[in-house]
Design a protein around this ligand. Structure first.
Ligand code: XBP
Ligand code: MG
Length: 253
């Protein structure tokens, strides 16, 4: 295992409630009478990417109107407003990283293990989320950052992971992906990358067949994990990730 590749939404931080609130604020701002609740949004998350999600919903509730020639421009405009609302909600720095993320990023930095980002989210969302917990120079910590601006096709297509591998100059078998969703798992798997899953409330019902391991979160000394296969600690440190990636901890467990 020569590099770690992190998904963003749901993996680095539990962002989807902020995304949901930002969508609803955008709908209100443009005078749409749409209001998504958590149950509906959980289903809509099956469609990766905010613009794709909007288009899917529009086609579902008003297929006639969604056939209009200005569909794409309208989606882009509503999504830009949503992105502004997301920045206002998240940019204040109130949304913490999930347990173990900051620790693992620091550990990888000390060990010289490159880390990367493979996400379907809008590029601007990364800075508003990460500049508070990781510092204004957070980009310098990542050897590769691939997002919605990198590839045309979003997860579950493997494109964003393939772009990361190319930028890292590594083979799929030399990397470990950390994801929270079935779409993310399918994207990483299709690129040939072993994947550790840490679901959220939004993705807990997803199917994770073929994942290397599913954990509630990465854990920390302050937030230990009750059941960790074969590891010395009650949190996922770099040594445990290396061993899971090799398959040796499963043999020992
Ligand atoms: C999660 C997503 C994202 C966000 C919304 O992707 O599907 O699209 O829900 O972000 P990942 P945008 O976990 O791969 O980051 O509205 O900017 O698309
Ligand atoms: Mg995700």
């Amino acid at each position: 295992m020569k590099a770690l590749i992190f998904d963003v939404d749901g993996t680095l931080a539990d962002t989807e409630t902020a995304h949901l609130q930002a969508f609803n604020a955008a709908f209100a701002e443009v005078g749409l009478d749409w209001c998504w609740d958590e149950a509906l949004y959980t289903r809509l998350l099956r469609v990766a990417g905010g613009k794709e999600r909007l288009m899917h919903y529009w086609r579902m509730v008003d297929p006639e109107e969604a056939r209009g020639c200005k569909l794409r421009e309208t989606i882009d405009a509503v999504h830009a407003i949503k992105t502004r609302h997301y920045a206002e909600l998240v940019g204040s720095g109130q949304l913490p990283l999930r347990p173990g993320i900051a620790r693992l990023i620091d550990e990888a930095g000390r060990a010289g293990v490159p880390i990367a980002i493979a996400t379907t989210t809008t590029p601007a969302n990364l800075d508003v989320l990460l500049r508070t917990p990781l510092g204004a120079d957070w980009r310098e910590r990542f050897a590769a950052i691939c997002d919605a601006g990198t590839t045309a096709v979003k997860k579950p297509a493997p494109d964003v992971y393939l772009a990361v591998l190319e930028r890292l100059g590594l083979e799929a078998g030399e990397c470990l992906a950390i994801e929270d969703s079935e779409n993310g798992l399918r994207a990483a798997q299709a690129a040939g990358i072993a994947t550790l899953i840490t679901p959220t409330a939004y993705t807990g019902q997803d199917r994770f067949d073929g994942a290397l391991l599913v954990l509630p979160h990465l854990g920390d000394p302050e937030q230990p994990i009750a059941q960790l296969p074969g590891a010395d600690h009650r949190w996922a440190d770099l040594a445990a990730l290396h061993a899971w990636h090799r398959g040796t901890l499963f043999e020992a467990a």
